[in-house]
Ligand binder design. Structure first.
Ligand SMILES: CC(C)(COP(=O)(O)OP(=O)(O)OC[C@H]1O[C@@H](n2cnc3c(N)ncnc32)[C@H](O)[C@@H]1OP(=O)(O)O)[C@@H](O)C(=O)NCCC(=O)NCCS
Length: 241
């Protein structure tokens, strides 16, 4: 059994949603933003993630999935994964660089409206945000925007790793690195920098350092005494991995 990485197809969306939900179940940001577990609605959350994946595909974002396969390849895993072929065990979701001075394209503008419409439909269908603390969501958005305004010095923009997650049974087997390499290699060919924000300091900062990222700032989303730290990392083109 081996694992293959491929661009996300629409048929992969349910599996990719489940993978992200599993990979981030104990994530500090997730726990901070969905602060009342009794209100968390897994199905509402899945609908929201699916809407975002459709948006990502429609906007041609570089999104990759790692799938269990039966085919022989030279990337055999050293541990056995007891999951059926086709199961998605990793997702890497990036945004392409956006030139700071360029206005947003019409097609992205349309997709953003479509995403808002899908989310409104989800709010109605599920009678709310499924446990998302909306105030915290906007605190995070503002802190993230401030950090990017400060750190994104390259006017050509950055490949932004929005989400990378591997399910626990497939971690430490090179899946995360394969997902990251899909875009890091492209960024290197184009001479472009990459950026990410991790909500876990340990072990993630060390993992991303091995991929050539450097910690450039620690930021904090604070809602009263409850705070969530984010580790901002930048990778200059051509760094080792
Ligand atoms: C972070 C994450 C995506 C990494 O994916 P992964 O498949 O486990 O990582 P890989 O197996 O590709 O390992 C990449 C490198 O990090 C090292 N590494 C992996 N796990 C490690 C750990 N726990 N401690 C130290 N080093 C580790 C590997 O040895 C490898 O180094 P190498 O290139 O020298 O061989 C994955 O652990 C994950 O999904 N975690 C939970 C969700 C999450 O935190 N996502 C990131 C939010 S920004």
């Amino acid at each position: 059994m081996s694992i293959e990485v491929a661009p996300l197809a629409r048929a992969d969306i349910p599996g990719a949603v489940e993978c992200v939900q599993k990979a981030f179940a104990d994530d500090p940001y997730f726990r901070w933003a969905f602060d009342d577990p009794s209100k968390f609605n897994l199905h509402r959350n899945a609908a929201s993630l699916a809407a975002h994946f459709h948006y990502g595909i429609n906007c041609s974002c570089p999104i990759f999935v790692a799938k269990v396969t039966l085919t022989t390849s030279d990337h055999k895993t050293d541990r056995e994964i007891h999951l059926p072929p086709g199961s998605i065990v990793g997702v890497g979701w990036w945004y392409s660089p956006k030139v700071v001075s360029m206005p947003q394209s019409w097609s992205v503008w349309v997709q953003e409206w479509l995403l808002s419409f899908r989310q409104l439909k989800n709010n109605i269908l599920f009678l709310g945000r499924g446990g998302l603390n909306v105030q915290r969501y906007w605190i995070w958005k503002q802190v993230q925007q401030d950090a990017q305004n400060l750190l994104w010095q390259d006017p050509r923009g950055y490949y932004f790793c929005n989400v990378v997650g591997v399910t626990s049974e497939a971690r430490g087997m090179g899946v995360g690195k394969k997902l990251m390499k899909c875009v890091m290699e492209k960024a290197d060919r184009e001479g472009m920098p990459c950026y990410l924000e991790s909500s876990k300091g340990y072990p993630n900062v060390g993992i991303y350092e091995k991929m050539g990222f450097q910690l450039v700032k620690e930021i904090e989303c604070a809602d009263g005494p409850d705070a969530c730290k984010l580790y901002c990392m930048i990778r200059t083109p051509g760094s080792k991995y």
